[in-house]
Design a protein around this ligand. Sequence first.
Ligand SMILES: Cc1cc2nc3c(=O)[nH]c(=O)nc-3n(C[C@H](O)[C@H](O)[C@H](O)COP(=O)(O)O)c2cc1C
Length: 241
Amino acid sequence: MSSFENLRIVDNFYQTSLFFPMPTVVISTLCEDGSTSLGPYSLCAPYYVAGKDYYAMLLCCRNSSNTAQNILRSGKCAINFVDDGPKTFKECVKLSWPGDKPGDKMPKCAFRREKSQIEEQTGEKRPEVLTDAIQVLECTWMRELDGAENDKPGILDGYEPPYHDFNGITSQFGAHFILRVDRILMKKRYSDAIINGVQARDFPPLPVDYGYRDSKNFWFHRHRRMRAELLPMRQASLESV
Ligand SMILES: Cc1cc2nc3c(=O)[nH]c(=O)nc-3n(C[C@H](O)[C@H](O)[C@H](O)COP(=O)(O)O)c2cc1C
């Protein structure tokens, strides 16, 4: 006999029917007037990690969000990993009210921003990045994948079919974006750790987010002490990892 309960699989099952640990990122995108808009996201994960001509992340979001609309238009975004401070998370939640336009929320937003490194070096217009982010991925949407190059912004009350399977507009209210990683930016303290080898104390204080529950709260916890588990392997196998 099974030792488990069998839960209903419903919309947003990852946060309604599961305890699913996720990152918290703030995505910056370019508005039509060239200003930067910020939106908090958790459904953002590595997608192409090896064996392709480029590396990519996947973002899953409402297609009417400012983020989705701006990516459809400009193709550019930056994925900012913020720290686990309660004030930072509060600021993220403040940016999450569906329907708030950048003009409503950005003037009240406390996150400091600076010019994209790519823009600084090449002149190509890019969204600003968060100055206090621990790490940032500057990205370009691969709009030609899955035939999504003709997906256009401008529809905020639900897109009509046909829908793509995994890139661009994927349902009436949904979008997925495969985002090429153009650059990884990291604060020196952490990039030094990556280059020199990490100790437990070198891991950055990133939050773990469990999403929105009971139509009321976003739940998260702060970074905790890291533990290392030695791989019980022979030398030859270690070299192959
Ligand atoms: C911590 C956190 C994580 C979120 N993750 C997602 C997500 O992965 N996908 C999504 O569609 N909405 C997510 N939301 C809700 C969006 O932030 C919300 O739709 C917001 O309006 C998006 O802002 P934008 O319209 O400026 O892009 C999240 C909200 C918070 C606070």
